[in-house]
Design a protein around this ligand. Structure first.
Ligand code: GDP
Length: 328
């Protein structure tokens, strides 16, 4: 039975990846952080077969202990402080967790498997936020990185450190440059879930309006459930490498509002949407669109859920959740 260790088990990707690996017969271990983590129950309910270990990406010895306890064949580093807007207010913490945390887990894997580098395969969750002020359209694996936030800078550090460990120590360390990926499990601080929750509450008469930031930004949005399959495929390759994972289609925040409101039968959303500078960012990533032809060619991967279907899925899920919460 193959064994996997996942950091970031409480996030949407950790949950989808756990489900995928369990369905393939893996024994799955998840690293959970902090005392009395508020998401512990969610993980236990969603994926009860995952074995939880305590540890923190900023604490190298806790990572070594997790390696010894789980004796993994594959390590997926999905843990990070991942909300871009928050990263300006907590730049050092973001750097410690999202950046230096990658170095810590790489070190833990290296020390644990020093007798046979490459025995434990490593996946790093790199991000399209690394492209920031984009230098090429669409963005591919070799596009110049120009991050626009402390989060993006930290992800660039982790990305290059992963490549460096592959080249320095012969580790099987791959990096997935994932474009935005969403799902009904996405945190409500991200724009897709913020919109799907608000639109369902407006439809049910629980909320009057939604206050937004920049409506002109464009993102290449895919479904998280599809993207974890690309992670697993990278780990099955003989040679470790870096891959862009994206749909290749971009949409603006306005398009997102169009589809979300249309799902609940509202065509003219202008009167429900306000804008406020507090949701604007000190520097913006204006437009992302990924060229995932390498992942499609080498990994045989392709996204299955497209934008409209994704947004509709999220709004319908939130309508149901809000109805249950409101007791209707
Ligand atoms: P990101 O691409 O990782 O930063 O994902 P987000 O979902 O947080 O943001 C995507 C885009 O939506 C960014 O360009 C934001 O500036 C834009 N946006 C506009 N209004 C909002 C808002 O109210 N909340 C969030 N999170 N993003 C917003």
């Amino acid at each position: 039975m193959a064994r996997a260790l996942i950091t970031g088990i409480t996030g949407q990707d950790g949950l989808y990846l756990s489900e995928l690996l369990l369905s393939k017969g893996y024994e799955v271990f998840g690293l959970i952080r902090g005392q009395n983590n508020p998401k512990l129950d969610l993980v236990r309910e969603t994926v009860p077969d995952v074995k939880l270990l305590t540890g923190d990406l900023t604490d190298l010895s806790s990572l070594l202990r997790a390696m010894e306890h789980s004796t993994p064949d594959e390590v997926y580093n999905l843990g990070a402080i991942s909300f871009v807007a928050y990263s300006w207010e907590n730049a050092m913490l973001t750097t410690d967790v999202t950046g230096k945390g990658v170095l810590n887990i790489l070190e833990a894997v290296r020390l644990y498997s020093h007798d046979e580098p490459g025995r434990v395969r490593f996946y790093q969750a790199s991000s399209s936020e690394m492209f920031g002020k984009v230098h090429e359209v669409p963005q591919r694996e070799l596009t110049l990185l120009w991050p626009r936030s402390p989060y993006g800078v930290a992800k660039v550090f982790g990305h290059y450190m992963t490549i460096n460990y592959r080249e320095s120590y012969g580790m099987h360390a791959s990096s997935g440059i994932l474009f935005n990926h969403e799902s009904p499990r996405r945190g409500p601080e991200f724009v897709t879930r913020k919109v799907s929750q608000a639109v369902s509450r407006i439809k049910l008469g629980i909320q009057d309006e939604i206050v937004m930031g920049n409506l002109d930004a464009k993102r290449d949005w895919g479904f998280a459930g599809d993207y974890v399959d690309a992670m697993w495929r990278m780990m099955q390759q003989d040679t470790a490498d870096d891959y862009v994972v994206s749909t290749g289609v971009t949409h603006s925040i306005r398009d997102l509002l169009d589809v979300a409101f249309r799902t609940v039968g509202i065509d003219d959303w202008a009167r429900y949407v306000k804008q406020d500078p507090r949701f604007m960012r000190p520097a913006e990533v204006e437009m992302l669109i990924g060229d995932s032809s390498k992942a499609r060619r080498v990994l045989g991967w392709e996204p299955k859920v497209h934008f409209e279907e994704l947004v509709t899925m999220m709004v319908e899920n939130d309508l149901e959740e809000q109805r249950v919460q409101a007791g209707r």
